[in-house]
Design a protein. Structure first.
Length: 147
């Protein structure tokens, strides 16, 4: 939830800049819809398995973090306060890791919710702020490793 606090504050501020007073509503929609959407694939995958349980907001948190990455792809994000890298690189690694771990399904973590939440956050921003995708690619295109 620490990640949600930091990234959520930044995204809510971004949404207020884009949508004025309605910014908070867009933020709430992003978070709540992401929680629902990110759990649908898991529900469908395990609907006949009464022993499976996975409930949480991690898909919503992933969506908020990836919304941040859309708007600020070059901003450094740190893993465990030590390994820091530009958001777009961390995001790509996170997508691959979540996909891989979701296929393994051996650690009682709903990696599929993390993956689909991240993708939802990306898509949500592209839909509500279409210019964000062009600005994302423009920033990434101009990124240099040793600047």
């Amino acid at each position: 939830m620490l990640s949600f606090y930091y990234f959520g504050t930044a995204i809510e501020r971004e949404f207020h800049a884009l949508f004025g007073d309605a910014g908070s509503l867009y933020f709430i929609a992003l978070y709540l819809l992401a929680i629902i959407v990110s759990d649908i694939p898991t529900f469908l995958k395990h609907k006949n398995n009464p022993a499976y349980n996975s409930l949480g907001a991690s898909g919503g948190v992933s969506a908020v973090i990836f919304a941040f990455i859309i708007f600020e792809p070059l901003q450094h994000i740190c893993l465990y306060f030590a390994l820091c890298m530009p958001g777009f690189i961390l995001g790509a690694g996170y997508i691959l890791f979540s996909w891989y771990q979701g296929r393994k399904s051996n650690d009682n973590i709903n990696h599929d919710a993390h993956l689909y939440g991240a993708l939802f956050g990306f898509i949500f921003c592209v839909i509500v702020a279409p210019r964000s995708i062009g600005e994302f690619f423009e920033q990434v295109k101009n990124w240099r490793l040793f600047d």
